[in-house]
Design a protein around this ligand. Structure first.
Ligand code: NAD
Length: 510
């Protein structure tokens, strides 16, 4: 094994040591890190021009395993000079990449997708260690969906003229150019795939910046690009914090910025590109309403609500964080939910039986705690099932508030954690009015037995995605994106490709 690499080994994590009192609950000493699937390097460099290169900044920073609070590895910090090198590499690669036939670009995308699946276990384990999410989610959702995005967009690469027939006669849809892409920490590999796959299919080149607290799978993806022999510079990955992202957004060499993250940072980015000839798409926060009508199959709806808010510890932009239940079934539904919440297994994310893993970071835990305290202070009623939380790392029990009003902070602000707020409605009109009473507009869910009601409610919902009798289902062919302060632009499907091509001579602006 190379001197700079360490193999993370150990037994399957078991609670061990004496039980300790923590936050009013019984807890256990930390679980050992446990995998022989992943080889961790001590240090990760930047990926620029097809190779891993030391940062000009000569700085590295730690990335932490949220389940233990321990550092996993050090990651290069990209300063403005490093950002510049990455943009120059993407610029240099652009003429060659855009000149390739769609068919040839598709071959690279297929290759990337296949290698990703071949290395699925490695990606799943590394994502779980770096992010804190349960292995059954990285294994069954994040990695397969990431591969699906490369497969799906490979299919578009040679069909752009069919997809966008609006260009003037004899002209083809063209790539936008060099794209700066910035992603958050909640689905690190999946967000990288959502961004990179359509960009490459459209003939663009990329500088990608993953979040500072979960950069490892984007860096492992660079190894896949090397394995697939993607031409150097077509994708560059730079790691760093908000200042790195800001330097990327402000770089004059970009033709487009694609950002996924908080509404607050999205607004800063919108201001930074204003007045420049730079395309922009923003995928921002959410505060989804999840509506349960009295005629719904209540047991199925309980499962949907649990998936809607506790999947990925609630670190989900489209999480169903506001549950609106028809008054006549409120008490029954809440009792069912409480019983179901008591069966959620919280603990070692590498254990395949775990339902809810670690909160992603100390900062995120502090935000969740602050908003939960606000819920209590404002008079909502708190419910948490008795559950054992590990002593080290960052943890929070599944949480539900009842008696929540529209004015409570927990009902208005994105908590981005495993916290559900419940309120009631009497009529469909009132349900729609309450659901839309938010500054966000990313997603919503409806549970009812009546097809006509689904259609009536769905068409009144100001949300980019409306799930019916299900929740948190994703597909590469299905466009995803928001209204209002949840951003603009779509990712996935035909609409997602539109953001990565320009239409010369088209009547409508390209
Ligand atoms: P964040 O906005 O703090 O950070 C996102 C990314 O932006 C990170 O890579 C960060 O380093 C970078 N960044 C920070 N400041 C920057 C600046 N001034 N200029 C450029 N880049 C900057 O968000 P987060 O905490 O990582 O992620 C959580 C947020 O992301 C939530 O609000 C969630 O709803 C949202 N999100 C949205 C979607 C979607 O598709 N709509 C998907 C996932 C997450």
């Amino acid at each position: 094994m190379a001197k700079t690499e360490k193999k993370a080994r150990g037994k399957r994590a078991q609670p061990k040591g004496p039980a300790l009192q923590f936050g009013g609950k019984w807890a256990y000493a930390p679980a050992p890190e446990s995998t022989d699937v992943v080889t961790l390097r001590e240090r990760y460099d930047l990926f620029v021009g097809g190779s891993f290169v030391r940062p000009k900044s000569r700085r590295w920073f730690p990335t932490v395993n949220p389940a233990t609070g321990h550092s996993l590895a050090e990651v290069a910090y990209a300063n403005a000079a490093d950002v510049d090198l990455a943009v120059q590499a993407a610029k240099k690669a652009l003429p060659g990449w855009r000149k390739l036939s769609g068919d040839d670009r598709a071959r690279y995308l297929f290759r990337i997708a296949r290698i990703l699946l071949e290395r699925a276990r490695e990606f799943a384990v590394l994502e779980t260690m770096d992010n804190g999410k349960p292995i059954k989610e990285t294994r069954d959702v994040d990695v397969p969906l990431a591969a699906q995005h490369f497969f799906h967009h490979a299919g578009w690469a040679d069909k752009l003229e069919l997809l966008f027939p609006g260009a003037a006669a004899g002209q083809k849809p063209e790539p936008v150019g060099v794209v700066g892409q910035i992603i958050p920490w909640n689905f690190p590999l999946l967000m990288a795939a959502w961004k990179v796959a359509p960009a490459l299919a459209g003939g663009n080149t990329v500088v990608l910046k993953p979040a500072e607290t979960s950069p490892l799978t984007a860096l492992l993806l660079c190894e896949v690009f090397q394995q697939a022999e993607l031409p150097p510079g077509v994708v560059n990955v730079i790691t760093g914090d908000g200042a790195t992202g800001k330097a990327l957004v402000e770089h004059p060499g970009l033709d487009k910025v694609a950002f996924t993250g908080s509404t607050e940072v999205g607004k800063q980015i919108q201001a930074a590109v204003a007045g420049r000839k730079v395309d922009l798409t923003l995928e921002l926060g959410g505060k989804a309403a999840h509506l349960v009508f009295e005629d719904a199959a209540l047991d199925q709806a309980v499962e949907g609500v649990v998936r809607g808010i506790f999947f990925n510890q609630g670190h989900v932009c489209c999480a169903g964080s506001r549950l609106l239940v028809q008054e006549s079934v409120h008490d029954t539904f809440v009792q069912k939910l409480q019983r179901r919440m008591a069966r959620i297994r919280v603990g070692d994310p590498l254990d395949k039986n775990t339902d809810m893993g670690a909160i992603h970071s100390q900062a995120q835990l502090a935000r969740i705690q602050e908003l939960v305290q606000a819920g209590v202070d404002e008079g909502a009623e708190l419910f948490q099932p008795a559950c054992s939380l590990p002593r080290h790392g960052y943890w929070f029990a599944p949480t539900m508030f009842t008696g929540v009003t529209q004015s409570h902070r927990i009902s208005r602000e994105e908590i981005f954690g495993p916290v559900l707020s419940v309120s009631t409605f009497r009529t469909p009109d009132e349900a729609v009015q309450k659901a839309n009473d938010t500054s966000y507009g990313l997603s919503a869910g409806i549970w009812t037995d009546k097809g006509a009601r689904i259609l009536w409610v769905a068409e009144r919902m100001r949300a980019g995605v409306v799930w019916n009798n299900t929740f948190n289902r994703f597909d590469a062919a299905s466009p995803f994106g928001g209204f209002k302060e949840s951003g603009f632009g779509r990712e996935g499907g035909r609409q997602g490709m539109r953001a990565y091509v320009r239409m010369p001579g088209a009547l409508l602006p390209g």
